[in-house]
Design a protein around this ligand. Structure first.
Ligand SMILES: [Zn+2]
Length: 91
């Protein structure tokens, strides 16, 4: 039997990661018992991939429009607007 070492996407811990059911798309979900972060190794939708939110914020700060960002990241303009509406700048 092959064992796959899964590292937490947030704290990089490998020994406290357990399986946590399946996503709606059928992909395996994992739960880190160290930081309580729930994640998948691969995502079907580009908007859910790690780092997408940060890329939306960076592109907005560099003057890209909502439809421009949606086209480049291959996500819906509505998703871009939702990310921007929930963005709270930290000082
Ligand atoms: Zn973790």
């Amino acid at each position: 039997m092959a064992v796959i070492q899964v590292a937490c996407a947030q704290c990089q811990q490998t020994d406290r990661v357990v399986k946590n059911g399946k996503a709606e798309t059928g992909n395996q979900r994992y739960l880190c018992r160290n930081c309580k972060h729930s994640f998948q190794l691969e995502y079907r939708y580009n908007a859910n991939k790690p780092g997408t939110h940060d890329r939306i914020i960076t592109m907005t700060m560099n003057g890209s429009g909502v439809r421009d960002i949606g086209r480049v990241l291959d996500i819906s303009p509505t998703t871009v607007i939702v990310h921007l509406k929930h963005f709270r700048p930290t000082r």
